[in-house]
Design a protein around this ligand. Structure first.
Ligand code: TPP
Ligand code: MG
Length: 563
């Protein structure tokens, strides 16, 4: 149709060839969907087809794969599992992760006749996708698959959904004249790097350079654009401190002298203090959402602000702007650096001194907890050990709730080669996402940090990790309950919970190391902080999936945001 190279082939052959053409290495699925395609994938490609224990986990694995690599992650489900899969796209939607979900769908001949297991799943995908479409005729395989990749990776990336006709997508067995043409530039984020216009760049740079107390706030857009090196270079050239969102934590290593930590709700006190003391805030690739700004109190509305974003409609959403730049983060920061007046850095000497005092005060305040030998182990100490022991090229994957708070606030990346990915809010995301990340980067160490409640969600995937030799290391902060909920129940019980109240957020104590061992992984139980270095050494040498079960203090509560 496009270049006149059409051949008679099945939709399955076309889809298998196209997935290969886009560089897909893994698909995550619960059977049975697109069965003919799976058979063709085996014949025509080296794509690994991971059969997992639940559709939500399949989506989270695809999400972890996508966030780690920038390449679309592929997940699949038949009609009965479609909403489970849609639920799993919710985190990727919030985090702007390029995921392509494929499901089976209804036959026009029989819909509305009460076909077994069948409902209309399309509306459920609407709020969690950039593009939600049906493939009703086999001749549409090539253009719809291209559109799926194009939409997933362009602009602000995000999930897409293709529903293939037939409960199990049986349309893939049909034949037509097809051309499996791929567009390699849409195989990963970002396909394009839109340049900022010179006038808005000049205006923003002028304001930034004139500021005596500015701060940069780097968001997930910096990681999507691979702009960390440019961000740090600009910060150094102009001597401006850098805070990050949780999603942008790997934009700057925590041991960099200009790093002040994660700002917002799941944050570090020093970052909130610096941002609230700043006279100008420059947001880069940040939605300026509730989490990063602690519901728009950090910085306060009215603080002079600049914003850089690839999405023009993001500019000024929550803070009135002194200047706005529409463009890719990496090229925008590189252009700013090229034009930067380094001499202007001198006027920020006093501010940098003040910022360093704030950061030192944080270190002093938390030193006892970070170095505590208490038994059960303090989570702060666990985070501190992770900072010390994390390999230079590790990908750190973190769950939400207390896990997000502990690691966001207390853990530091110590090398620009390390990556950090976090749940955008869904408990249980991190463990399968870490497995997906390991599929994308088998040679890099993957360390996932989750609470016990988070780990329970998808514990069955330990078996998947063993079966597929996905040698990720998972650290379970095991306190025997979902104790981020403790404060909330303290509050509703007037400060003193009844014995029954704890039923609402605690679990039986369980040894996850033993369960992992039984499933064929390496389980390591740690009850004292001093045993952590040996545990990690053993884990990184194991060449097996590892679960490190760390017994921690159920009374330990993460510090809340400072305003
Ligand atoms: C899908 C989903 N359901 C519920 C929540 C609310 N929630 C946040 S943290 C949490 C408990 C976390 O427990 P655990 O993982 O053990 O970590 P801990 O707080 O004990 O360190 C819950 C239920 C959520 N974030 N996501
Ligand atoms: Mg817990």
């Amino acid at each position: 149709m496009l270049l006149g190279h059409n051949r008679k082939m099945t939709g399955a052959q076309c889809l298998a060839d196209m997935l290969k053409g886009y560089g897909v290495t893994h698909v995550f699925h619960v059977p049975a969907v697109l069965r003919t395609t799976f058979a063709e994938m085996e014949r025509r490609t080296d794509i690994k087809r991971l059969h997992v224990h639940g559709e939500k986990a399949a989506a989270y694995m695809a999400d972890g794969y996508a966030r780690a690599s920038g390449k679309p992650g592929i997940c699949m489900a038949q009609v009965i599992g479609a909403l489970n899969l849609a639920a799993g796209l919710r985190d990727g939607w919030l985090a702007h992760s390029p995921i392509i979900a494929m499901t089976g769908g209804r036959e026009p001949k029989t819909k509305f006749r009460k076909v077994y297991q069948e409902i209309d799943d399309m509306p459920a995908f609407e709020p969690v996708t950039k593009f939600n479409a049906t493939v009703d005729d086999v001749t549409r395989f090539p253009d719809m698959v291209r559109q799926a990749f194009r939409t997933a990776v362009t602009g602000c990336p995000g999930p897409v959904h293709l529903q293939f006709r037939g409960n199990e997508g049986q349309i893939d067995a049909e034949e037509a004249e097809l051309e499996p043409l791929c567009e390699p530039q849409f195989a990963r984020v970002p396909p394009f790097r839109p340049e900022p216009d010179a006038a808005s760049l000049g205006a923003a740079l002028k304001i930034l350079q004139a500021a005596e107390r500015p701060v940069l706030v780097a968001g997930g857009g910096v990681r999507a654009s691979s702009a960390a090196a440019e961000l740090v270079a600009l910060a150094e050239a102009l001597q401006i401190p850098v805070a990050t969102s949780l999603n942008g934590k790997d934009a700057i290593a925590g041991n960099h002298p200009l790093s002040v930590g994660v700002v917002g709700t799941y944050s570090r006190e020093s970052a909130n203090r610096v941002v609230n003391a700043a006279g100008l805030v420059c947001f880069i690739g940040s939605e300026t959402g509730g989490m990063t700004t602690h519901f728009w109190t950090v910085p306060k509305i009215g603080t002079p602000a600049i914003q850089i974003d690839i999405e023009p409609e993001a500019l000024g959403r929550n803070y009135p702007l002194a200047a706005a730049i529409n463009g890719d983060a990496k090229v925008t920061l590189a252009r700013m650096l090229a034009q930067a007046d380094r001499a202007s850095a001198a006027k920020r000497k006093a501010w940098i001194g003040e910022v360093q005092t704030i950061c030192r005060a944080w270190q002093e305040k938390y030193r006892p907890a970070l170095s505590s030998d208490a038994v059960p182990i303090r989570p702060e100490r666990l985070c501190h050990e992770l900072t010390r022991l994390m390999p230079d090229d590790a990908i750190v994957v973190v769950d939400t709730g207390h896990a997000g708070m502990w690691m966001g606030g207390m853990f530091d990346l110590s090398s620009p080669r390390q990556s950090y990915m976090r749940s955008a809010g869904h408990l249980g995301w991190a463990f399968p996402a870490g497995l997906g990340a390991k599929c994308a980067f088998p040679e890099r160490p993957i360390v996932t940090f989750t609470g016990d409640a988070g780990f329970w969600y998808h514990i069955a995937e330990v078996e998947t990790a063993v079966r597929w030799k996905i040698n990720a290391v998972t650290v379970v902060n095991n306190n025997g309950g979902g104790n981020q909920s403790k404060r909330g129940f303290d509050r509703v019980y007037g400060g003193q919970q009844t014995a029954q109240a704890r039923e609402l957020w605690t679990f039986n104590t369980v040894n996850f190391a033993r369960i992992a061992d039984d499933m064929g992984a390496l389980g390591i139980r740690v009850e004292e902080a001093s045993a952590l270095p040996a545990a990690f050494a053993q884990a990184f040498a194991a060449q097996r999936p590892v679960v490190i079960d760390v017994v921690t203090d159920i009374e330990a509560l993460a510090p809340t945001a400072v305003v």
